[in-house]
Design a protein around this ligand. Structure first.
Ligand SMILES: Cc1cc2nc3c(=O)[nH]c(=O)nc-3n(C[C@H](O)[C@H](O)[C@H](O)COP(=O)(O)OP(=O)(O)OC[C@H]3O[C@@H](n4cnc5c(N)ncnc54)[C@H](O)[C@@H]3O)c2cc1C
Length: 359
């Protein structure tokens, strides 16, 4: 019996494991560092104080014929076709690498000591714990995760002064209509934006910019994007500079054909463009990888992975949102949906992603 091991039970890994168990006769083992499925797309809600319902992975896999191992993968030995999980060796015929991503400090001094990153569950719990009752919270970054974090904090904690600091304006890759709505929401929530700024270092009570300006702050939140675990690179699997596994058009490692990669830790190109890190891309990668693995187990060559974008869905607190319609290559179009309707659509998508990965 073929032995398939999936490492990482986020959106992409769990989608892969549950469907591999349904669609193939292989023995499927799922390894994850933590016992619960973490809805990362809701972590800004948790950091603002909302209680999230945990989903134990044991429940997600119950009755599905998946062996669940809770433990941290410490190393991969591609030559020996085995992984080390907290000192225990687990062998594989096929490995699916789905370790996701973590906050990236981009090497800026003082971030590790003086800022709270936005990335994983522990970060969100820490942010909630350190959130001051009043004063200024400086969010560094202006991408979608930074926008979601800023608006969530501002809406839930109206007594706080939220300031966003970044090189570009929030939503600079969105359409004019979307940016107009963002501007309205930021004014309503009293969010200050300091664009065109680069952070040189973070101190305990200020953020120092490269132009010498020093912005006093009671808490700094680092939300400038994600990096990925280094395990694949350390194992000699071909990765890009950041550590994402380089895959072919069937999600298979270009250096190790018995390893597939899905989700944030896979470097996937469609029509020459890299897919962005998102559960919106990770879940389809997982669904596709199952088809590719099943096809090869059946002695067939799978059709290449295809993907097209439809929307970017951004929450702006619990009562507002922004659905940006995009073309197949993720370029924003004029159409946007805003307000409560957009918030409802976004909530539906988030629930749908959790349901799909767990089913
Ligand atoms: C606040 C926030 C808001 C976001 N909003 C959106 C959004 O609106 N839309 C969207 O598409 N994306 C959003 N994202 C990004 C999205 O969450 C990620 O792109 C998505 O979770 C990636 O899925 P994944 O399965 O690749 O990885 P993850 O969901 O990160 O899962 C990886 C899993 O691997 C496990 N793991 C890691 N290392 C090890 C190890 N060594 N051993 C064992 N297990 C390990 C982790 O515990 C985790 O369970 C948001 C992210 C954040 C933080």
């Amino acid at each position: 019996m073929t032995n398939i091991v999936v490492i990482g039970a986020g959106y992409a890994g769990l989608t892969t494991a549950t469907r591999l168990a349904k669609r193939t006769a292989a023995k499927v083992t799922l390894v994850n560092a933590a016992p619960d499925f973490v809805e990362r797309v809701r972590l800004h809600q948790l950091s603002a104080g909302e209680q999230l319902r945990p989903t134990p992975l044991a429940e997600s896999v119950r009755g599905k014929g998946i062996d669940l191992v809770i433990g941290r993968v410490r190393a991969i030995d591609p030559a020996g076709k085995q992984i080390d999980v907290d000192g225990r060796t687990i062998g594989y015929d096929t490995l699916v690498y789905a370790l996701g991503s973590v906050a990236d400090d981009h090497g800026v001094p003082g971030v590790a000591e003086n800022a709270v990153p936005v990335g994983g569950l522990a970060d969100a719990v820490k942010l909630l714990k350190l959130l001051p009752a009043k004063g200024t919270v400086t969010i560094v970054g202006a991408g979608l995760t930074a926008i979601e974090t800023a608006t969530e904090l501002a809406e839930t904690h109206p007594g706080l002064h939220i300031r966003m600091v970044a090189g570009h304006a929030p939503g600079s890759r969105l359409s004019d209509n979307a940016r107009t709505h963002l501007g309205r929401v930021f004014r309503r929530l009293g969010i200050e934006v300091r664009a065109g700024a680069r952070v040189a270092k973070v101190l305990a009570d200020s953020v120092v910019l490269t132009d010498g300006d020093e912005l006093p702050t009671d808490l700094t939140v680092w939300a400038t994007g994600f990096g990925v675990p280094r395990l694949a690179a350390e194992a000699g699997i071909r990765t890009d500079h950041s550590g994402r596994i380089v895959v072919d058009e069937t999600q298979r490692s270009v250096s190790h054909p018995d390893i597939y990669a899905v989700g944030d830790s896979a470097l996937v190109r469609v029509n020459g463009e890299e897919l962005r890190m998102a559960c919106a891309t990770g879940i389809p990668m997982g669904t596709y990888a199952v088809k590719a693995i099943a096809a090869r187990l059946g002695g067939h060559e799978p059709r290449p992975f295809t993907y097209r974008y439809y929307t970017q869905c951004i929450s702006l607190g619990r009562k507002d949102g922004l659905i940006q319609v995009v073309d197949a290559m993720d370029r924003p179009q004029r159409t946007v949906v805003t307000g409560r309707l957009a918030a409802l659509v976004k909530e539906g998508i988030v629930r749908g992603a959790r349901w799909y990965a767990n089913r």
